[in-house]
Structure formats: structure tokens, C-alpha cells
Write a protein that binds this ligand. Structure first.
Ligand code: AMP
Length: 401
């Protein structure tokens, strides 16, 4: 299928061509015709599948510039909002449609100006959007479409009460609602039922799946050799851009320091929520533009951000939440490019490793790094790996005997 067969308008097709997209991705193929028809839609789909274009292209195709908010897109994080705004602007470049981008951690001046000048599309994080509403800058009455993106992340981040309030502010009778969430636990499904019309179309794409373009494996190692194996992996890998995920902010700083001190100096940068917005943006920009080839990040900081052409992802630890595994490694192999993902695995993380395998429904290869001097760990034995379980204390009755 081609983009022109999907019924998009000429200026949007021209922008898509300039983005060099050859074919619609599966979510685009499924979602675009329904969105063009004006249907409500609920999509189980992660970032990296072409989800942003799946809603942005048909919405832009069908929009007449009126210089007042007609489309509202809610995003959980500033970085994601930034990225979605950039996507809308590039797809809208041959139209007179304008966007306003609203998020916290920045002054109100520019954002207010953008709203007052007349924006057709508002992309916002929930808290700042409501602030603009109270200041009288943001009007909801002409909204034709509400896009709730990454709803499960918004739930995780405690935004649900404010998101409900925003949904209530939007007109109900003539509103189209598009709802995206990587996962659909009962609470999210209930919320979706509340905001969507009864005849909403449901689409599910690549839920729980690791793209076939990604080669991923566990690298078992003893706890005290984790750092050495990480450095050896980096040295032996020919990478263009590598993202390394850590569990905590402190760990991100220490891994960044470790790599910088091992000959990689200023090519490494770090991103976590203790780092100011400006520095985070600078790290992201530097990584995107190739000034940094390694980005060490925590999940919260890196959630949803779109970085093209990441060739490698490393998990310094197995993620505690199996969905994060799929999200993290999905950063390589985006929209059909190939990528590699390594996950360091120590004995205390076997339960998490098994949870990931259970979640994706597949066994993940265990690999050894050629030439690395491994100290002995039972993880390297050729028998099936089992979580290390503490022996149960004997029951009081048995102890008495
Ligand atoms: P998303 O899932 O929206 O985060 O998109 C992931 C990446 O895929 C973005 O960098 C898009 O520019 C890119 N992309 C979106 N649609 C396509 C397509 N049809 N072909 C190639 N790349 C695409």
C-alpha cells in the first residue's frame, strides 16, 4: 500500500514524500482511513511504530486553518510533546496550519504568544495546559479532536485526575477522540470507555512484541564484572549511536562517569530527571546531531523520546517492568531500521529476566562476549537458568522435632 492510496491531501502527501517515508507502517495503514472518516479510535501501539504520523497525517489532511485550537494532543512528558510538535510541524509545512507547544519548566511568554497568535493544533502536557486554561489563554470550545497519547504513561505519572478534567473541558457532541496506550490494563480500558464513543474502532499493533529487525540478547555476568563487561561490549561494538539505560539517576551518573573515564570523554552524555530541562534538551539535541555517540539515561527521562538511527541499546540492568524492556529496545529498529540490544544479566535479576521472557512470550538468547575474561558465575553454566531462591526456613513444627 502507498500513502496516496490512503486518501491524504496533496500538501500532506508532499511532506510525507520529503520525509522519505516509502510505505505506511501497519498502524498507519490501519488507523488513517478510520481517522479520516472521523471515527473515534483506540490504539494499542507503542512509540517506534509510526504512531505519531498515524494520527497527525489524517488530522492535518482534514483541517482548515482557523487560527483557534481545533486539535488538542496530550502527552505525558515534555520531550514527547516536543517531538510530536516537531512531527506535526514537518507534516504541516506546506499548509497554513500552526501549532502551539505547551509544557512546564519554561516561561509562559512564548507559549501565550503562540496561543494568542492563533494555533490550530495544541500539543501539551496536562499540568501546563490547565494553567493556560486558568489564565484564559487556552479555549476548548472549538476543539474538533482530542488525542490522548501514551495514556498508560500518564496514569503511571499520576496525571489521571487532571486528564479527566481536561477531557471534561472538551466539547463532547462534535468531538473526535483518539486514544493511544501501549498497554490496556482494566483501569485504562475503563477510562477509554468513558472518553470514547461506543462505536470507536479498536486497533492493536505489535503489543508485547519485539520488532523482528532487532537482535537482542542477555549477557550473563557476575555482579562484580558488570562494569567491565559493559566497557568490553562498548569497545567491541561498532556503533553509531548507543543508548544505555540504568535503573536510577545515581546509576546513570556513575555509568556515564565510568565510560567517560575509559577513553570516551566528551562523546558521552547523561539524561535523568535531576538534570535541568535546558541541559536535557542539550543532551538530546547533541545526541541526535551526533555530537554525543553514547547517551546514558533513566527510563523516566528517556520515555517516549524519538531518536532516529539509534544503532544499539544497552540495559545496564534487566528492567524491573517487562514492558520497559520492549519500550527501551524498541528504540533501535524503529520503523524498519535494524538494531542491536544487549542486556547485562546478573544472578539477582533472574526473576526480572524470566518476567520479560514471559511478557514477550519468547526465550531470549544468552550470549557470551568473545574474548572477555569471565570470572566464574553459575549463570554461565550450560544448564537452564533458574532464579536464585532463598531456601525456605523450616516450619516451627519441623524445627521442634
Ligand atoms: P513514532 O512511532 O511516531 O515515535 O515514530 C517513530 C519514527 O518512525 C519517527 O522517527 C518517524 O519519523 C518514523 N516514521 C513514521 N512513519 C514512517 C514510515 N511510514 N516510514 C518510515 N519511517 C516512519
Amino acid at each position: 500500500m502507498t500513502f496516496s492510496e490512503l486518501g491524504l491531501s496533496a500538501p500532506i502527501l508532499q511532506a510525507v514524500e520529503e520525509c522519505k517515508y516509502q510505505h505506511p507502517t501497519p498502524i498507519q495503514e490501519q488507523a488513517i482511513p478510520h481517522i479520516l472518516e472521523g471515527r473515534d479510535l483506540i490504539g494499542a501501539s507503542q512509540t517506534g511504530t509510526g504512531k505519531t504520523a498515524a494520527f497527525a497525517l489524517p488530522l492535518l489532511s482534514d483541517l482548515e486553518p482557523l487560527s483557534k485550537p481545533q486539535i488538542l494532543v496530550l502527552e505525558p512528558t515534555r520531550e514527547l510533546a516536543d517531538q510530536v510538535d516537531e512531527a506535526f510541524r514537518s507534516y504541516a509545512k506546506h499548509t497554513d496550519i500552526h501549532t502551539a507547544l505547551l509544557y512546564g519548566g519554561m516561561g509562559y511568554g512564548q507559549q501565550t504568544q503562540d496561543l494568542k497568535r492563533g494555533a490550530d493544533i495544541v500539543i501539551a502536557t496536562p499540568g501546563r495546559l490547565v494553567d493556560h486554561f486558568y489564565r484564559g489563554n487556552m479555549k476548548f470550545k472549538d476543539l474538533k479532536c482530542l488525542v490522548l497519547d501514551e495514556v498508560d504513561r500518564m496514569l503511571d505519572m499520576g496525571f489521571m485526575p487532571i486528564v479527566r478534567k481536561i477531557v471534561n473541558l472538551c466539547p463532547w457532541d462534535h468531538r473526535q477522540t483518539l486514544f493511544f496506550s501501549a498497554t490496556m490494563p482494566p483501569m485504562i480500558a475503563g477510562f477509554a470507555k468513558w472518553c470514547l464513543k461506543d462505536d470507536a474502532v479498536e486497533i492493536a499493533i505489535a503489543r508485547r512484541e519485539v520488532a523482528s529487525t532487532i537482535s537482542h540478547a542477555f549477557y550473563p555476568v557476575g555482579l562484580d564484572q558488570r562494569d567491565d563487561l559493559l566497557l568490553a561490549l562498548i569497545r567491541q561494538t561498532q556503533f553509531h549511536s548507543m543508548m544505555i539505560f540504568t535503573r536510577t539517576r545515581k546509576e546513570a551518573d556513575s555509568v556515564c562517569g565510568l565510560i567517560r573515564g575509559s577513553g570516551y570523554g566528551d562523546t558521552v552524555t547523561v539524561m535523568h530527571s535531576d538534570i535541568g530541562q535546558k541541559e536535557r534538551m542539550a543532551a538530546l539535541k547533541g545526541f541526535r546531531e551526533g555530537k554525543f555517540s553514547i547517551l546514558v539515561a533513566t527510563d523516566v527521562a528517556a520515555r517516549g523520546i524519538d531518536i532516529n538511527g539509534v544503532t544499539h541499546v544497552v540495559n545496564y540492568r534487566v528492567p524491573e517492568n517487562p514492558e520497559d524492556y520492549v519500550h527501551r529496545i524498541g528504540r533501535t529498529g524503529r520503523a524498519e531500521a535494524t538494531g542491536d540490544a544487549f542486556t547485562l544479566l546478573t544472578a539477582d535479576e533472574l526473576d526480572f529476566a524470566m518476567a520479560v521472557e514471559h511478557f514477550i512470550g519468547k526465550k531470549i538468547d544468552r550470549r557470551k562476549l568473545e574474548g572477555f575474561k569471565y570470572a566464574y558465575t553459575t549463570l554461565l553454566d550450560d544448564r537452564p537458568l533458574r532464579p536464585v531462591r532463598k531456601p525456605r526456613p523450616a516450619s516451627p513444627s519441623r524445627r521442634r522435632r
